[in-house]
Ligand binder design. Structure first.
Ligand code: NAP
Length: 349
C-alpha cells in the first residue's frame, strides 16, 4: 500500500550508522551537536528506522531510463549489530524495509551490511516477502575490476601474476578467490583456520585454479603481486613487512585489513579501496553520505543496477556468492554506465 503523499520508487536501500555521532549528524545535525557520542549510540539502540532521503537522477546510459529510490536508516551501529541477538537485528532491518515497501519500492538493498548480517539477508527477504539483495556480488565484481585496472596500469599481466586472497574462507574472499583462480599464474588463499582455508583452496581449484597454495600465516602474502584483503576482524592484519615491493592491494574489509603504517611507510604499494562506483546520470542522494559526489559503494549500487535492469528479484542473498552472478552484475553495471573508481584510497573507498 502506498502512502498518498510519497511518490513511488523503484528501489529502497537500507543503510546504518558506522560512527553514531558522525552519521546521525547527517540526518539530525542539531541533535548530534548537543549530545555526546555515547548518548547518541545509546539512543540509536532504541531509535526506530527512519526514511533518510529520496534518491533521484540515476540514469541508464544503455536504456535512457531513470530510477528513483529511498534511502532508509536502520539506526544500529556495527557494534550494536554484532552485540544484539541476530533476530533483534533482523527485526530492525525488516522494520526499515517496511518503510520502503509502504513507499512503493519494488526491491530492497542492504547497503554496507556485508559481513554483519549473519545470514546475509535471507531472513529479511522472507519476512518482508519482497526481493532483497545484499550487494555482495557487485562488491566482488568491483574489487576484481579495481585490481585488474591497477595491474593493467602497472603493465602487469594477470596470467603471469601471483595473487593472494586474505580471508579466503569468507563470503567475499572465497568469491574473489574463485574469480581470480583461473586468471592468475598462482593463487595463495590465506585464512586463520586450516580446515576452512583448505576448503577454500578446494573451491578455488574447482573454479579452475591450476596452482592454488594455502596458508594460515600472513607472511605467505609476501609472494603476491596482487592481493585482495577481505577478512573481517577488529584489527588490521597486513603490515608493511607482509607486502612485496610494488604490491597492489585491494582492501575490501571494513574495518580495513591493511594497517595504516603501510600508507605511511610503503609508497611503492598501490593501496586501493574496494569497490566505489561512479553512478550514471546526475544522482542526487538527497543527503550527505560523506562520499565524493556521484560515487557510491558497490554494495549500495547493486540494487540500483537491478532496478535499472527491471530485475526485481532477490539477487545476492545468503553467504555463498555465486560466481556467475559476480560476472553478470559486473556486466550489467557497466552496461548501464556505472564505472569503478579505481584510484580511491581505502580511507574513503
Ligand atoms: N566494501 C564493501 O562494500 C563490503 C561489502 C561486504 C563485505 N565487506 C567487508 O568484507 C569483509 C568480509 O566480509 P564477508 O561477508 O566475506 O565476511 P565473512 O563471510 O564473515 O568472512 C570473514 C572472513 O574473515 C575471517 N576472519 C574473521 N575474523 C577474523 C580475525 N579476527 N582474524 C582473521 N580473519 C578473520 C574469516 O575466517 P574464518 O572462516 O576462519 O571464520 C573469514 O575468512 C568484512 O570486513 C566486511 O565488512 C565490505
Amino acid at each position: 500500500m502506498m502512502r498518498w503523499e510519497d511518490p513511488s520508487a523503484d528501489f529502497a536501500l537500507v543503510l546504518h550508522p558506522v560512527d553514531a555521532k558522525r552519521d546521525v549528524a547527517r540526518k539530525y545535525p542539531r541533535l548530534a551537536r548537543i549530545l555526546p557520542g555515547a548518548v547518541i549510540e545509546l539512543l540509536t539502540r532504541f531509535w526506530p528506522p527512519v526514511v533518510l532521503s529520496r534518491v533521484n537522477g540515476i540514469h541508464s546510459e544503455a536504456t535512457g531510463s531513470s530510477i528513483d529510490g529511498w534511502l532508509l536508516a536502520c539506526p544500529l551501529t556495527n557494534r550494536q549489530m554484532a552485540e544484539l541477538p541476530p533476530l533483534a537485528v533482523y527485526d530492525r532491518i525488516v522494520r526499515a524495509g517496511r518503510l520502503g515497501q509502504t513507499r512503493g519500492a519494488r526491491i530492497l538493498g542492504l547497503g554496507g551490511m556485508g559481513g554483519i548480517l549473519a545470514d546475509r539477508g535471507v531472513t529479511v527477504a522472507q519476512r518482508l516477502n519482497m526481493p532483497v539483495t545484499n550487494g555482495d556480488s557487485l562488491t566482488v565484481a568491483a574489487a576484481i575490476a579495481v585490481l585488474k585496472g591497477a595491474a593493467e596500469d602497472r603493465g602487469l599481466s594477470l596470467k603471469d601474476a601471483t595473487a593472494a586472497v586474505v580471508g579466503a574462507s569468507g563470503g567475499i574472499g572465497l568469491a574473489c578467490a574463485e574469480v581470480l583462480a583461473p586468471q592468475v599464474a598462482q593463487l595463495i588463499v590465506v585464512g586463520r583456520r586450516e580446515i576452512r582455508v583448505s576448503q577454500a583452496r578446494a573451491e578455488a581449484e574447482a573454479a579452475g585454479g591450476s596452482r592454488v597454495r594455502m596458508s594460515t600465516e600472513m607472511d605467505a602474502v609476501l609472494k603476491a603481486d596482487i592481493i585482495v584483503a577481505a577478512a573481517s576482524g577488529p584489527r588490521p592484519l597486513l603490515k608493511s613487512h607482509h607486502l612485496k615491493p610494488g604490491a597492489i592491494v585491494c582492501d575490501v574489509a571494513r574495518p580495513p585489513n591493511v594497517s595504516s603504517e603501510v600508507e605511511r611507510e610503503r609508497e611503492d604499494v598501490m593501496l586501493l579501496g574496494g569497490g566505489m562506483l561512479h553512478v550514471p546520470g546526475h544522482a542526487d542522494f538527497g543527503i550527505d553520505l560523506g562520499l565524493p559526489a556521484g560515487l557510491a559503494y558497490a554494495c549500495m549500487v547493486e540494487v540500483m543496477v537491478l532496478a535499472l535492469e527491471g530485475r526485481y528479484e532477490s539477487y545476492s542473498l545468503g553467504r555463498r556468492i555465486q560466481r556467475d552472478k559476480v560476472g553478470e552484475i559486473g556486466e550489467l553495471a557497466r552496461k548501464h554506465g556505472f564505472r569503478v573508481s579505481p584510484r580511491v584510497s581505502r580511507r574513503i573507498g
